[in-house]
Design a protein. Sequence first.
Length: 106
Amino acid sequence: MRIAITALNNSLGSHIDSHFGRAAYFVIYDKEEKSIEFLPNRFLSMTEGAGAAAVQLLADRGVSQIVSGEFGYKIKALVDSLRIQMIILKESDKTIQEIIDLLDKH
């Protein structure tokens, strides 16, 4: 299973980015392979459609879950149609490593 996590920076010590479509980075964590990939969000500065473009990028990478602080209201229908689970994490003090550790427990 591949999980995307929004991040402020490209390190495991980074905190989660609370804005999905405008996140600085996406961390793709593969639970089976235990691999981690950092992707800069190239849609960050789009005036419209950043969230939808980001969802499509992550879907193309085989992501089945996305962890972020919040999602734009236009994203839910698209995520549902692609069968991707949204996980909203309100604890913005968690680091990417802490989130991965939590995901590994489930």
